[in-house]
Design a protein around this ligand. Structure first.
Ligand code: ADP
Ligand code: MG
Length: 345
């Protein structure tokens, strides 16, 4: 059995080599620049910050990441999420750090008609994505677990959150995006002139680059995530988040099983997409949506956008076809030899 973990790659400008690397200095245009890497949320987090307060702002941002990880993790026993999951149906009072991504998750759940559902945790565990003892669960087992799954089972009254005994939540599909949004808010308040944060498949930018050019974010080729890109997005301040079946999966009996679950079946989603990259001003929504649209598939994802709007996306279908939505027309540059079709609204 083989296991793989992948993330979205940023252009070389932001790819530093070492873990826990931290540096400080002046960039070519004379503005203060601070880079920092930490390991959090099961991935490498890279921060690059420009401007007068870069050093102090970077430290505040790093502290916030660790604070959020401690509250939002479904695998750390003392996190707020674990307390909700083990409360046997009782209400648990949570901080706004937990309530905010929960509310965003529920909003995306109802808009996506349950394609995004943070109560998939029993399924995620059954496939071994938590214990890392990967296995293919039987149909009976999945249908028994189905009873515990359903976002409408989550109750929120003020800051008190409860789920029925046996139902468990997992913010893995939205926590990194919420974290990057919080980090960007802190960086903005600190008055930095520009910043980029990358957490696994999530990237989010603040302000502009010191030379006035756009941030360039490469979109991974889902067939060659280590080395290949399907193109580059040139963006101002925004979040760019990719979900794909290539990011975390195992192979068994000649088949691949990835970590994005169709909540209505309990099986890894097979919607005809290899990856979805969402470009959205809000990091929390960008993350939740990338997972939701991956489960919905191209047609329903485009229908979701028509009904609710607020984002653009790059889709890579199973046959390798690239589809971009209209707002990315002038921002997406395909890699050499790649074609794409533009979905006009
Ligand atoms: P990653 O976190 O690997 O970058 P995603 O943002 O797409 O990728 O989130 C996938 C994670 O979200 C899974 O590891 C699991 O914890 C959780 N998850 C899986 N399927 C769903 C779903 N349909 N709705 C909500 N969360 C999901
Ligand atoms: Mg996501």
């Amino acid at each position: 059995m083989s296991v793989f973990y992948k993330g979205l790659s940023l252009t070389a400008v932001f790819c530093a080599a070492a873990l826990f690397f931290s540096s400080c200095g002046l960039d070519l245009n004379g503005s203060e620049k601070r880079s920092k890497q930490i390991f959090a949320m099961d991935t490498i987090v890279e921060l690059t910050v420009y401007g007068k307060n870069a050093e102090q702002a970077t430290e505040s941002a790093a502290a916030k990441i660790m604070e959020l990880e401690a509250e939002l993790s479904a695998t750390k026993a003392d996190s707020a999420v674990s307390k909700i999951n083990s409360a046997l149906g009782a209400a648990v009072t949570v901080s706004d750090n937990v309530k905010a991504p929960l509310l965003a998750a529920l909003d995306i759940s109802s808009k996506s008609k349950g394609a995004f559902d943070i109560t998939v945790f029993p399924f995620v565990k059954a496939w071994g994505f938590v214990s890392k003892e990967y296995r293919v669960p039987g149909k009976d087992e999945l249908s028994r677990l189905q009873d515990f799954v359903g976002f409408k089972k989550i109750e929120i009254n003020g800051n008190a959150v409860s789920v029925p005994n046996g139902t468990e939540i997992d913010l893995g599909g939205i926590a990194k995006g919420y974290t990057s949004q919080c980090v960007c808010d802190i960086l903005k308040e600190s008055g930095v002139t520009g910043a980029v944060i990358s957490l696994g498949g999530n990237a989010q930018t603040v302000g502009g680059k010191p030379d006035g050019s756009k941030w360039r974010i490469a979109v991974c080729d889902p067939d060659d995530p280590d080395n290949g890109t399907i193109g580059t997005l040139s963006v101002d301040e925004t979040a760019v988040v990719t979900s794909g079946g290539y990011q975390r999966f195992f192979e068994s009996g000649g088949r691949k099983y990835h970590h994005i679950i169709n909540p209505s079946t309990g099986y890894p989603s097979e919607s005809g997409l290899k990856s979805v990259t969402v470009v959205c001003a809000d990091g929390t929504y960008a993350d939740g949506l990338s997972t939701a649209l991956f489960v919905l598939g191209l047609e329903d994802a485009l229908a979701y956008r028509k009904s609710h709007g607020g984002f653009d996306a790059v889709f890579v279908s199973d046959d390798g076809t690239i589809t971009i939505t209209s707002g990315l027309k002038d921002l997406f540059t395909p890699a050499q030899g790649r074609q794409f079709s533009l979905y006009e609204d």
